[in-house]
Write a protein that binds this ligand. Structure first.
Ligand code: ADP
Ligand code: MG
Length: 331
């Protein structure tokens, strides 16, 4: 059925019927505002905007993956503060020629990740639009102190979860139509691009145990987000090139020597965090419970020393740090 036939309120009613209520929700979808109650008093709120043609292209993503990813990017922001997600507000601008089934698929992607991560959809807004526009706002809780970007000190170790560059490489394959069907490595890279895993368990544990002193999620490329962390903390950083964690799929596709996407590729949604050297042992013990591997990739140095990447011989690599910047880059 076309949305033209279903209408705005028909669509909202369908969404409402399929949405479970969730903890602490007194009134969810269907009134003028959501009514939520909670005894935990530290709230963290984040919001992200995804626009067709800028953030995604319907030629190489499915509605399911798009729904999933719209939530994943917000979950990643809360993970980077060490928070637990709770409530989602989702506003959509939808082209009138979309079918109701497209939007159903989109919500199926949302629900699959929401139920897994304890998120209740409690409201949103809907409008017609020339292009598909997705605005997601996520509210979370924290029973401990949230971790900001600003707590790293000179001498701290720098760690990253998971592997770097997979998503950017996956996107490259999609854009070039270079993916080979049935190639496991290609499938892995593309799936990392389409269905990123927000590191909620790791973020929460690192925060709760006071291990991460500063933390950020890597959405715009390692060097770009490292720059944000360093700026907020008033430090510089050294990154050891050979310590960067690369997936087997990355090594087989780009080659272990091509670190461009690992250093500056976007949308990995891994966590970059700073830990005091004397907490190395404690981190080692916590590792099994993080739900993802972590690698020590460098160290915080003085702000004056800036941000550098060293190769195996300790030689400085020339850097163009920049990851993605919406107003500078046209991709
Ligand atoms: P308003 O006139 O206040 O904008 P709406 O008719 O847009 O009210 O929304 C009615 C209810 O449906 C509200 O609870 C709103 O939060 C919810 N809602 C609207 N659009 C969406 C959507 N895309 N996803 C989830 N909930 C929605
Ligand atoms: Mg409305």
């Amino acid at each position: 059925m076309l949305l033209k036939e279903l209408g705005e309120f028909g669509l909202i009613e369908r969404i409402r019927r399929r949405t479970p209520k969730g903890r602490g929700v007194r009134v969810g979808i269907g009134d003028d505002a959501a009514w939520l109650e909670s005894r935990k008093r530290t709230f963290l709120i984040t919001s992200d905007l995804l626009i067709e043609g800028i953030h995604f292209n319907l030629k190489w993503t499915s509605f399911y993956a798009l729904g999933y990813k719209s939530l994943a990017v917000n979950l990643s922001d809360l993970a980077a503060m060490g928070a637990s997600p709770a409530y989602l507000i989702l506003s959509l601008g939808i082209p009138v020629d979309f079918s109701a089934a497209d939007i159903e698929e989109f919500y199926r992607g949302i629900r699959s990740l929401a139920s897994r991560s304890g998120v209740a959809l409690v409201g949103g807004d809907t409008s017609a639009s020339r292009r598909f526009v997705i605005s997601a706002c996520l509210v979370g809780h924290c029973a401990h102190r949230p971790v900001t970007r600003g707590g790293a000190k000179v001498g701290d170790d720098l760690y990253i979860t998971g592997t770097l560059g997979d998503s950017a490489l996956g996107l490259r394959l999609l854009k070039k139509r270079g993916a080979r069907l049935g190639d496991k490595n290609h499938a892995h890279l593309i799936s990392r691009h389409r269905l990123p895993s927000p590191r909620l368990t790791a973020g929460k544990l690192l925060a709760r145990q006071g291990l991460a002193r500063a933390m950020i999620d890597v959405s715009d490329g390692l060097l770009q987000d490292l720059t944000h962390l360093c700026k907020a903390s008033g430090t510089g950083a050294v990154i050891w090139q050979e310590a960067l964690p690369l997936s087997r799929a990355y090594r087989m596709t780009a080659g272990a020597k091509d670190l461009r996407d690992a250093l500056t590729g976007g949308e990995d949604y891994e966590l970059l965090f700073a830990v005091r050297p004397r907490d190395r042992g404690r981190l080692e013990k916590a590792k099994r419970r993080l739900g993802v591997a972590v690698a020590r990739i460098g160290r915080c140095v003085t702000r004056r020393a800036g941000i550098t990447v060293l190769d195996r011989r300790g030689t400085l690599r020339s850097l163009s740090t920049a990851g993605y910047d919406h107003f500078r880059d046209k991709r």
